[in-house]
Design a protein around this ligand. Sequence first.
Ligand SMILES: Cc1cc2nc3c(=O)[nH]c(=O)nc-3n(C[C@H](O)[C@H](O)[C@H](O)COP(=O)(O)OP(=O)(O)OC[C@H]3O[C@@H](n4cnc5c(N)ncnc54)[C@H](O)[C@@H]3O)c2cc1C
Length: 377
Amino acid sequence: MMTTTPRIAVLGAGYTGVAAAKLLARRTGAEVTVVNNRDRFAERMRNHQLASGQKVRHLPLRELFDGTGVRLIIDRVARVDPERRRVELAGAEPVPYDLLVYALGSHADLDAVPGAAEHAYAVADAERAERLRDQVRTAGTIAVIGAGPTGLETATELAETHPDRTVRLVTSGALGEQLSERGREHLRRAVDRLGIQVWEHARVAKVDAGGVLLENGERVDADTVAWTAGFGVPDLAREAGLAVDARGRMLVDGTLRSQSHPDVYGIGDAAAAHTQGGHVLRMGCGPGNLAAACAYHAISARMAGRDPKPLRVRVDALCISLGRWDGVLQPVDLDGNPHGKVRTGRPVALIKKGVLGVTGWHALRHPALVAAGARQG
Ligand SMILES: Cc1cc2nc3c(=O)[nH]c(=O)nc-3n(C[C@H](O)[C@H](O)[C@H](O)COP(=O)(O)OP(=O)(O)OC[C@H]3O[C@@H](n4cnc5c(N)ncnc54)[C@H](O)[C@@H]3O)c2cc1C
């Protein structure tokens, strides 16, 4: 059992970092320091809306942490030093810690093919989404690369908001392969209704100023390319010598604790959490919030000398908006396969609005909701 007040450093103030930091500060009495490279909480799950020109609120982080006792440092994490138990920052003094919560999220994988870093735009962070929005203002044709949930949301949102533009969707697989047959049919109808041109089984080899070149030699011309095919994670965990998987996600056990360093926890997109049965938690806000709550429960249990219970996930679902008035809600199993009844249409659009409202507002302001939803021990 710990006898002194521990210093907990939380790296990253995205969806999971904010929730974990507030829970730990309010309920463990620990000294909690959060480091984030932006001073605002950008609602990342609305970046496709931002890219299509809609207003998206950016909450000041100071306001979110007001009255919680959390110390906030706006700076870039440059290095994690697990031997000396400190975090080195680009500008400010290093932050010492007894426990570290690593929640640095993910970014667009623009190194995936030549030319993407120079020519493609993205929605993975607010700054890039804003650049995409500015670019789309003058573009006649936009190619969205990738038809995972983010690509589908981006293509449909752009097509609905800008009916006078041509939107092209390029995917290496089949359209809607993550959905059940009914879900796929609904998606196809939505895409047709919005006039989106689809390239399936088309792998991009290169991005250039005029669009993309496919591996089969075909070109898909576009004034603007939006890259949503794949997310990378920061290299800091790997560079620090923490156990990571092939993608650089921190390997954590069922209590979200690093498999190599017991005083480090990893949550959200930047960590590969294993659930019961060895399933890896997918990147996503829902799974990330469960992980944040589980890490909080595990840390507070260990501080109290109790054994924490491991993460248990029973259900998962993809809730994908298809513009403002349509959507698909697909329950999936822990391997990501469609499972159970798919829901579609306007009710799903309303559910998605509710989900965004809860995650972007209530969960951040009242993370007790997140913790209650994932009571682990
Ligand atoms: C357009 C879009 C739509 C999405 N829709 C959904 C959805 O409907 N459902 C769903 O479940 N998921 C969705 N996601 C995924 C979801 O946004 C992520 O899974 C979620 O943001 C992960 O939370 P996180 O806390 O791990 O990381 P983030 O929310 O990305 O937070 C990471 C934080 O770390 C900061 N940071 C990074 N590097 C450093 C550094 N070196 N120093 C300091 N700070 C740093 C970042 O600025 C950020 O504030 C969507 C993503 C996108 C892009």
